[in-house]
Structure formats: C-alpha cells, structure tokens
Design a protein around this ligand. Structure first.
Ligand SMILES: *Cc1c(COP(=O)(O)O)cnc(C)c1O
Length: 232
C-alpha cells in the first residue's frame, strides 16, 4: 500500500460523506469519521494520521495495547469490538470512547477500573438492532434499563448508541435498521438522565455509511474503504 493509494481512499470516503450529507440536508461537521485499523500495519496507520485521520478504532483490547506505542501523533482511540470484562483494565487509560458496552457486568468492570484511575470514561451502548443471536449488543427492549443502570455509575458517561447492522447485499436493505436505531436514539435522548449526554449515534461501515448518514448517524466506522480489504 502506498501513500497515494491511501490519499485517494481518504479523499473518496470524504467525498462520499459530503454527498450523503448533501442528500440528507446535513452538514459534514456533524459526522465524525472513525478509521477502523484492525489488522492494518502501524506504519500505514501512521501514514493515514499524517494525512489527517484523527480517530482510529480497534476491535481487540490486545491490539490497542500493542499498537498504542507504535502510533504517532495525537489521535483518539476507539474500542469497537466485543469487550470481555477481564480485558477492560488493559484499555481503560488508552481509549477515548468505548462503543461496545452491552451488559451490566461490563458496566460494573468499567466503573471499577475508571474509579481506580480517577477518570470518567465515555461510552456508547451497543444495540443488537437486528436481534442476531451471533452479534453483541443489548436487546432493543433492554436499552433503557441498561441506561438507567449506568446512571448510578459515577465514573461512566454515556454519549450515545452504537450498532452493527445485519449484513445485507444491498445497503438499501439496511435502511430500516438505521431508521429504527435513530428512533431509539431519539427516545433515549428524551430520557431524564443526569450522567449522560446523548449525542453520538455510531452506525455505518464502508458499504452502508451513506445510508447511515441519511438516517442520522453522527459517527461512522470505516475500515475497508480506507485501507483496502482485510485478508481474513
Ligand atoms: C471491522 C469493523 C468496521 C469496519 O468495517 P468495514 O466494512 O471494513 O468498513 C466497523 N465497525 C466494526 C464494529 C467493525 O468490527
């Protein structure tokens, strides 16, 4: 992979974001592009940072630990993968935002570790919007209960919701799921929560982020579109 390829990919993704925002009557400033760097060599990640990427995401805690010292420049780290409670301590002082909080046990662990670091950790609650048994995420019916549970945590602040839509050959087929996420997001925003500041809706990946933006995403997570296909 060379610098020119990376430069063109970044420009293409930005153009796609701009077009989707224009169609939706939204401003590009409303959208945060998070570059998904899983399996991507740290040199390439550093090149992309030099080209203006400022948010990067990994789906495995051990990769955040391994890459943390290899990545140069001020960058925001995002944890987007399934989180086991026993891994929370590895990432607690390394990440800006955890997208994948989906159950009480992991909330308890984040609260405990954040308290020990005298920090308040920003998180998103991951929703299993397609009710897929193989996917992480809290069930739609349990979202509000989990948010109310987190209210008691002094070291956690909920900034919004995240989902991974079901895989569909045609991104248009994913639209109803994004629409439903936006509706849940609006409901959650209207809840009288004291410790939350609901403003981020993390949804949309390389193949479907335009649809996600049209339906209200404020944060998109793009890997393949920036770095090319992963070989796994
Ligand atoms: C890998 C991954 C992405 C990025 O997927 P692409 O199709 O490569 O853009 C986004 N979100 C999550 C949670 C991922 O694991």
């Amino acid at each position: 992979m060379n610098n020119q390829y990376l430069k063109e990919n970044i420009a293409t993704i930005k153009q796609r974001i701009t077009s989707a925002c224009q169609r939706a009557g939204r401003s590009v400033e409303e959208i945060t592009l998070v570059a998904v760097t899983k399996t991507v060599d740290s040199d390439i990640v550093n090149q992309s940072i030099a080209l203006g990427i400022c948010d990067i995401a990994e789906n495995k805690p051990q990769e955040i630990v391994r890459k943390h010292d290899l990545i140069k420049g001020p960058v925001n780290w995002h944890m987007i993968g399934h989180l086991q409670s026993n891994k929370v301590k590895q990432i607690i002082d390394r990440v800006k935002l955890i997208h994948s909080v989906d159950r009480q046990s992991v909330v308890d662990e984040i609260e405990k570790r954040a308290a020990a670091h005298h920090k308040v950790i920003d998180i998103l609650v991951q929703v299993n919007i397609g009710a897929e048994s193989q996917k992480s995420g809290v069930a739609i019916a349990d979202v509000k209960a989990l948010l109310n549970y987190i209210e008691a945590c002094r070291h956690i602040r909920v900034l919004g919701l995240m989902c991974i839509a079901p895989f569909m050959a045609d991104p248009e087929q994913v639209r109803p799921y994004f629409k439903q996420m936006k509706a849940i997001f609006d409901e959650v925003k209207a809840m009288p929560l004291q410790n939350s500041k609901i403003e981020i809706l993390s949804m949309g990946m390389t193949d479907d982020f335009e649809v996600a933006i049209e339906e209200g995403a404020t944060m998109i997570r793009v890997g393949t579109g920036l770095y090319g296909a992963r070989n796994y």
